[in-house]
Design a protein around this ligand. Structure first.
Ligand SMILES: Cc1cc2nc3c(=O)[nH]c(=O)nc-3n(C[C@H](O)[C@H](O)[C@H](O)COP(=O)(O)O)c2cc1C
Ligand code: SF4
Length: 526
């Protein structure tokens, strides 16, 4: 053995001995005290467990929140690569209770185009005009039924926000700012929904109080098309937000109007209203002062709030222009496990309960319903549209499109792909220009798939898919219609007759229609 090798071996033995001595003397970890050195193997495997399972052990449909198949579909769609799957489904359809089946029609009214990539460039606008029912000055028809959900600058990097905003412009959809204010990265051409959270970031004064003047200045200076008041979010209802001090960079401090490097806490309640009645007063005040449509975002738990809201809307004439329902399966930058796992209802159950309350009081046609909670996957989105959603918001699926690998380290500031970190070295890897195209490709592909499924069901637009087009399997031998599962009456889940006619006209005049090959002489009766 050469002298160099001998020295290296001696150094390695000394290092192991030092670790062993430290393990034996420390008192924090019983495992290391009992098994010095060897015990570290267990911590290493625990640390790389998610990656080991993701790449080596787990099957195509096992992982959560998104399975490998779902991620593969998003990645391929975002790169405009072949996103088809071969040899048939590997889902356990026959034995999975709750599996939704969409029922195509043999001779439907709408005829799909035959070219597999047809519909990619199609515009699929919202079937309702946002703010029209309540006569808002700046009511408008959103251009896209798929939009980007609220994710703050702070939980996401500036590069990620820029990629999403540019992507929103390319795909012609709305980009929700999330509660962390409107940053320079949101100013890259995409239309915005400005979210107002409990800390009033972006529209607060030096004492942290809501400032109408600042809100109006912000709306005047930016392409803000609507305001969303955040009441709660599916992954952490009833909790305020916390952005750890390590993530509060100078830029974030400037954007939010808070001190740098100090934990940034969003309170758990709003200061501007304390109940449903004062909430509605505030909604009307914001709409009058800005002219914008105003909505609320909430997860669904106890129905008392919704009962009161719909009753007050019926009896007082005040009301929200849109309602965003976030499912308990929704994502977040960081939250306690008990809240992400167990507080608030999953999307379908929660949404259907709320929709029914609006429908029972005859309000459903005058409100735009937006859904979120893994609705960036076509099958989930179709069920949402059948239940009455007019638009879906996508958050984590859009993150996947711009490079997220589901490492689930968003809360640690060590995101390896630069999506959910403020670490300059890590965000360097995310090219906003390139990833904006990926975000847009993904949104366009999802819209295309929704359109194709709508046409397969015989209708011209995803918003026209009714509950009769979906059944929920109950094992191998039984299935129940969506209307029966969620106790819907005929016509619920659809826009008003007038809105249906308008959207059919929009879809059939602007898009080429499908058809057959030329008929034979026999078919023509010659
Ligand atoms: C990193 C991250 C940050 C988020 N920040 C916000 C936020 O600021 N405001 C909000 O209402 N929802 C926030 N959400 C929730 C999403 O907007 C969305 O409602 C939820 O993730 C469900 O959509 P998804 O299943 O498509 O991810 C965040 C989600 C993620 C993953
Ligand atoms: S790669 Fe991991 S840490 Fe980064 S955004 Fe995705 S899930 Fe979060």
């Amino acid at each position: 053995m050469s002298r160099g090798l001998r020295a290296a071996a001696a150094a390695a033995v000394s290092a192991v001995a030092a670790v062993a001595v430290r393990d034996l003397l420390q008192r924090d970890h019983a495992l290391l005290r009992n098994f010095p050195v060897l015990g570290h193997g267990r911590y290493l495997i625990e640390a790389i467990g998610p990656e080991l399972r993701q790449y080596v052990v787990a099957g195509n449909d096992e992982e959560r929140p998104f399975t490998r198949d779902q991620r593969r579909w998003v990645y391929a769609s975002a790169k405009k690569e072949n996103n088809y799957f071969g040899f048939g489904t590997d889902n356990d359809i026959e034995y999975t209770a709750g599996y939704p089946i969409i029922k195509h029609r043999t001779f439907g009214r709408a005829v799909p185009l035959s070219n597999p990539s047809a519909g990619y460039e199609a515009s699929v606008p919202c079937a309702k005009i946002l703010g029209a029912a309540r006569g808002r000055a700046r009511a408008f028809r959103p251009e896209s039924v798929v939009n980007i959900s609220g994710m703050s600058f702070g939980s996401l990097s500036g590069a990620a926000i820029e990629a999403l905003n540019r992507g929103a412009k390319l795909a012609g959809c709305l980009h929700n700012t999330g509660e962390g204010a409107l940053s320079p990265y949101h100013r890259n051409g995409g239309d915005l929904v400005f979210q107002i959270g409990t800390a009033y970031f972006g529209c607060r004064d030096e004492q942290g109080r809501f400032s109408l003047e600042r809100l109006k200045d912000l709306v005047a200076a930016n392409p803000v098309r609507a305001l969303e008041i955040k009441l709660s979010q599916g992954a952490k209802p009833s909790l305020g937000g916390l952005l750890p001090g390590a993530k509060v960079s100078a830029e974030i401090a400037e954007t939010r109007g808070i001190p740098q490097g100090v934990d940034c806490v969003s309170p758990s309640r709003h200061a501007e209203f304390s109940g449903t009645d004062s909430l509605l007063d505030w909604v009307e005040m914001l709409a009058t002062e800005t002219g914008l449509p105003v909505g609320i975002k909430a997860a669904v738990g106890d129905l008392g709030f919704w009962d009161e809201l719909t009753t007050l809307m019926t009896t007082t004439g005040r009301g929200v222009d849109f309602v965003t329902i976030d499912g308990g399966e929704g994502g977040t930058g960081a939250a306690p496990l008990i809240f992400t796992d167990s507080v608030s209802l999953p999307f379908q159950i929660g949404f259907a309960r709320v929709y029914r309350m609006f429908a029972e009081r005859g309000l459903h046609e005058d409100v735009v319903f937006v859904g979120a909670g893994k609705l960036g996957l076509p099958d989930n989105a179709i069920v949402a549209f059948a239940l009455g959603c007019d638009m879906v918001n996508v958050a984590r699926e859009a993150m996947l499109a711009i490079g997220c690998i589901q490492a689930q380290k968003c809360h640690t500031d060590t995101c390896p792909t630069g999506v959910a970190t403020q670490n300059k070295w890590l965000t360097r890897g995310l090219d906003p220009q390139l990833k904006s195209v990926r975000a847009a490709n993904y949104i366009q592909t999802l819209r295309r798939d929704l359109l194709k499924v709508a046409e397969a069901c015989g209708v011209e637009h995803p918003g026209l898919i009714d509950t009769g087009s979906v059944e929920i399997l109950d094992g191998r031998t039984a299935a129940t219609g969506l209307d029966e599962v969620y106790d819907y009456r005929p016509g619920w889940g659809l826009p008003s007759k007038a809105d249906q006619e308008t959207v059919i006209a929009l879809m059939t005049t602007s898009e080429p229609q499908g058809g057959s090959a030329p008929p034979s002489a026999e078919a023509l009766g010659h």
